[in-house]
Design a protein around this ligand. Structure first.
Ligand code: DC
Length: 222
C-alpha cells in the first residue's frame, strides 16, 4: 500500500469528481474525503437551526457547535459524514441543501473552519480529497492534482438521474439552474474561488467510461 501522497480533485459541480476520487482511493488503499459534504453539513446545520448566515457573529457562534466526522460504513465500505454524531450522508444530497450550499461555502469563517479540519485529515497523507479549492488552497503542495470537467449538458443529465431516483418530482430545469448557479458562485467568490491550479492536469470525462477515467487517473499517479 502506497500511502505517501495527497491527491486533489477539483472541478465543476456534478462532473464526477467523487466517482473518480472513490475509484482512486479504493485502488490505492487511500482515504477518500468529500470536502463538499462538509460544506453541505454546515449548510444543513444552519438551516435546521435557523442561523442567519449574513450575520458573521451568529455564524462564528454556530460553528463552535458543529462537529463533523467521516466514518467508514462497514457494509458499503464507503465513508459517510456525521454531523454532531448523526449520520447525515443521505440528507445532504437534497436540492434544498444544494440551493444554499454555495452561499454558505462563500463565507470566510465557514471556509477557514472547514479547511482547518481538512488539513488535519491530510496530515498523514494517503488521501484523495475532492472539492473546489483543494489543489489551490487546501493542499497547494499536493503531489497529484486533477481538475475535472465535462460538458454542461452531460453534467445536468447525470445529476438529474441521481436526484430523480430519490425525488421523481424534480425537473431537469431545476437541476440545470442549480448547477449553473453553483458554478457561478463557486468560481466568482472572493475566498478561494474554484479555479484550476497551474500544476493540475485536466480530466474531461464527457466521453469517457468509468474504466477509462480511472485508467487516466491511475496513469497520473504512477
Ligand atoms: O462537491 P459538492 O457539489 O458536494 O459541493 C457542494 C458545494 O460546496 C459546492 O457547490 C461548493 C462548495 N465547496 C467548496 O466551496 N469548496 C470545496 N472544497 C468543496 C465544495
Amino acid at each position: 500500500m502506497n500511502t505517501n501522497k495527497i491527491i486533489t480533485i477539483d472541478g465543476w459541480s456534478a462532473c464526477g469528481k467523487s466517482t473518480v476520487a472513490k475509484q482512486l482511493a479504493k485502488e490505492l488503499g487511500y482515504v477518500y474525503i468529500d470536502s463538499g459534504a462538509m460544506y453541505r453539513a454546515i449548510t444543513l446545520y444552519f438551516l435546521r437551526n435557523h442561523i442567519d448566515w449574513t450575520d458573521i457573529k451568529e455564524v462564528t457562534e454556530a460553528l463552535k457547535n458543529i462537529d463533523i466526522q467521516f466514518h467508514c460504513n462497514c457494509k458499503s465500505q464507503q465513508s459517510e459524514i456525521f454531523l454532531n454524531n448523526e449520520n447525515i450522508e443521505y440528507l445532504i444530497r437534497d436540492l434544498v441543501i444544494a440551493e444554499k450550499v454555495s452561499d454558505v461555502a462563500a463565507i470566510r469563517e465557514v471556509r477557514s473552519f472547514a479547511v482547518t479540519q481538512q488539513h488535519k485529515m491530510g496530515e498523514k497523507k494517503g488521501i484523495v480529497m475532492d472539492g473546489r479549492d483543494i489543489g489551490t488552497t487546501v493542499f497547494p503542495d499536493a503531489e497529484i492534482k486533477i481538475f475535472m470537467t465535462a460538458d454542461s449538458a452531460v453534467r445536468v443529465e447525470r445529476r438529474f438521474k441521481e436526484l430523480f431516483e430519490k425525488n421523481p418530482n424534480i425537473t431537469i430545469e431545476e437541476v440545470k439552474n442549480n448547477l449553473e448557479m453553483r458554478d457561478y458562485i463557486d468560481s466568482h467568490r472572493e475566498v478561494s474561488p474554484l479555479r484550476k491550479a497551474d500544476d493540475a492536469v485536466v480530466l474531461d470525462n464527457t466521453h469517457l467510461t468509468m474504466e477509462e477515467q480511472l485508467a487516466f487517473a491511475l496513469q497520473l499517479v504512477k
